[in-house]
Design a protein around this ligand. Structure first.
Ligand SMILES: Cc1cc2nc3c(=O)[nH]c(=O)nc-3n(C[C@H](O)[C@H](O)[C@H](O)COP(=O)(O)O)c2cc1C
Length: 365
């Protein structure tokens, strides 16, 4: 049996040994943006997972762009050094061919929040909060901060910060960059008419609303032309009058035109009014629509956790890759089980090879 999931893929010259990605997942465990020992163990663990693509969590391009006090960043020399230390270690133990990317982001109006396990809402006055920014002065929800609407000059500076963070990512040793245009963070706040009511060239028409993410992508490509660049979009707001899948296809096409090599198709996160029909593979149709409509490779994500389910998505041409998030938390060796289930001979670290037979036993159970 030949598995499509375990077949290699090349994106903008970067070779991945298979089509399994670890989805970016915030760990809320950084120290003023710097990777900690938690990240060291986490990245080393994922390095041995067998996933061809490891996407490190949302990594903020400036301090005020962090969701929480614990969010990862690439806005200082200390952040860059800490990322390099953890990444070097992860690469030393990685299954050969594994590629690591960082997800560059800015939380915008969803910044200055508590860690999820501390409540997840806006930081209180005694929790060292900071002022937040966005496309327009519209709060995410009742009780959340009303953001400062960025001026023209501040938007230009923001684009520069993404490019600077990309350079830091390259120096730290990342193989690729993913732009976080999803889940209601700054780039999506500009994309969505629910959060962007500007009347200048950064708001109004879709062409204007997508200007920021397109200019950020262009600036990153210019700063780091040798680094493959992908992007994650919330292809639907799941709110009437919000950002729609047809908009997502147009944005994907524009990003492709400036050199974005894949689109990870997620959804939601920009409005508490969203109604998400969550269920197994509930966003795969978005990856399929963007792949067909924009002619760009896509990564499907969201409640994909069974090997045959993942195989069917790529084998059926619905997406080029799949990303798994929570499955990797529960089982950081998920690709071992998937390989066993799909009849693929996955090479694991020799120190671990004696345990691999159990993946076969469990996948047969
Ligand atoms: C703990 C946790 C942290 C997350 N952090 C991020 C993040 O940093 N960036 C992002 O784009 N999505 C983030 N997500 C969303 C995941 O990448 C993924 O899209 C989502 O969990 C759905 O996939 P799954 O069903 O395989 O978990 C996070 C999800 C979890 C569970």
């Amino acid at each position: 049996m030949t598995s499509h999931l375990f077949s290699p893929i090349t994106l903008d010259g970067l070779d991945f040994p298979n089509r399994i990605a670890v989805a970016p997942m915030c760990q809320y465990s950084a120290d003023d943006g710097s990777a900690s020992d938690w990240h060291l163990q986490h990245w080393m663990n994922l390095a041995m997972s067998g996933a061809g693509m490891v996407t490190i969590e949302m990594t903020d391009v400036e301090r005020r762009g962090r969701i929480s006090h614990g969010c990862l960043g690439l806005y200082s020399d200390a952040n860059e050094d800490a990322a390099r230390r953890a990444l070097d270690a992860a690469k030393r133990v990685a299954i050969p061919g594994t590629k690591f990317g960082t997800q560059l982001a800015h939380a915008g109006r969803k910044a200055s929040n508590q860690r999820p396990w501390e409540g997840g809402g806006p930081l209180g006055p005694d929790q060292d909060p900071w002022p937040v920014v966005s496309a327009s002065a519209i709060a995410y929800a009742d009780g959340w901060q009303v953001p400062h609407a960025l001026s023209e000059a501040e938007i230009e500076a923001m684009i520069g910060r993404f490019a600077e963070a990309a350079l830091r990512a390259e120096r730290a040793g990342f193989d690729f960059i993913e732009l976080h245009g999803a889940h209601g963070y700054l780039l999506q706040q500009f994309l969505s008419p629910l959060s962007n009511v500007r009347t200048d060239r950064w708001g109004g028409s879709l062409e204007n609303r997508m200007r920021l993410i397109v200019e950020v992508a262009r600036a990153i490509r210019r700063a780091t032309p040798d680094l493959m660049l992908g992007a994650r979009l919330s292809v639907s707001d799941w709110v009437d009058g919000g950002f729609m899948p047809e908009d997502g296809i147009d944005v994907a096409r524009a990003l492709k035109d400036v050199g974005v090599a894949y689109i990870c198709c997620s959804s939601g996160g920009n409005s508490p009014l969203q109604k998400i029909p969550a269920g197994p593979g509930y966003q795969v149709h978005l990856a399929e629509a963007v792949r067909k409509g924009a002619g760009v490779p896509t990564r499907a994500v969201g409640m994909i956790d069974e090997p045959h389910q993942a195989e069917a998505i790529v084998n059926g041409g619905r997406a080029d890759m799949v990303a798994l998030g929570r499955a990797f938390i529960a089982d950081p060796r998920w690709p071992w089980r998937a390989a066993a289930a799909l009849g693929h001979d996955l090479r694991v670290a020799p120190q671990m090879a004696r345990g691999a037979y159990l993946a076969k036993k469990w996948s047969a159970a």
